[in-house]
Write a protein that binds this ligand. Sequence first.
Ligand code: PLP
Ligand code: ZN
Length: 372
Amino acid sequence: MDGLRCGSCGASFPMDDPRWRCSCGGLLDIRFTARFDPERIARRKPTMWRYREALPIGNDAAVVSFDEGMTPLVPVDIGPGGMFLKLEQLFPSGSYKDRGASVLVSKARELGIGRIVEDSSGNAGCAIAAYAAKAGIRCEILVPESTSPGKLAQILMYGAELTRVPGSREDTAAAAMAAASTTYYASHSWNPFFFQGTKTFAFEVWEQLGFRAPDTLLLPTGNGTLLIGSFIGFSELAEAGLIDRVPRHVAVQAKRCAPLYEMFRDGLGSPPSVRGGETITEGVAIAAPVRWAEIMEIVRRTGGEVVAADDGEVEEALWLLGRRGIYVEPTSALPVAAYLSTPSLRAGTVVAPLTGHGLKATEKMLKIAKKG
Ligand SMILES: Cc1ncc(COP(=O)(O)O)c(C=O)c1O
Ligand SMILES: [Zn+2]
């Protein structure tokens, strides 16, 4: 039956229950049979909502959309071969998080929710604030004090209430959870509707490759919102008989804050506690990803890996992309850095998203540019 299901205790809840976690504290997932009608899909506008029957929003009038998605998938010749890059930085708020925000805020509107709260390293906050503004939903965004000024300006201009929290990314998450006790938690890591949006990444890649799956996906991973969404999407395509197998999902972390990489490398049963060092890849600097077990299971089941790149490798990847006319924020260059440093990632058709726009991180980019 369709609905919300707890991954810890197995409890089920109706799809319209405005809860973001189980009463046992466990993470919720969505049970929903995605349907695909290739003829109808082909007739619709080139947006992520063309896969309408695969998205768990009942009421068309609730949909909050800027006609986003269907970002270009372009072959790029980099070093030892070629890969496809999906230009996710071209979303309305400048990052792929708009996929999740569009579906999550649509759900909030369908539920009649008037106020939401979200915490973010920046981009998810921008995306939720943008879609909340479009939906006329009041929105509070909490970010760590270190978040790039470009993202802060964006959140403010969308009219959200912005709170900068001193301390680590985890301190911000704790403050948001406290605020969420009285409002709806539009969290990109907890709220399962976010992943129902990020899964459209998989549908688009499938369609853009001529209705086939790639061999390998390289995904920058902190909380894993794109990695998990991609896995859900490709799994739904496989369940519908549209692809033979789910591609290999490779998680790419930032070496200075890499709990999942260390867990994978050292064969540990759970993520080690890491002290997140400063990194230019602020988007994935997550010391304690709540869905770590799900991420590791996806990597294992698809025959993937967890790899990590350091800031120096990311800077090189940024230069390489820049010289090909592509300007993205540092976090987004992680998959390219991993591709260049790790030969085992290069077999077959390789796809990576470019997750966030370079204009979001002007200060960081300028420092790199000046170094030459
Ligand atoms: C530009 C960019 N890329 C990748 C990510 C990684 O997303 P996640 O933490 O959900 O794995 C983020 C997260 O904020 C981001 O901002
Ligand atoms: Zn439970």
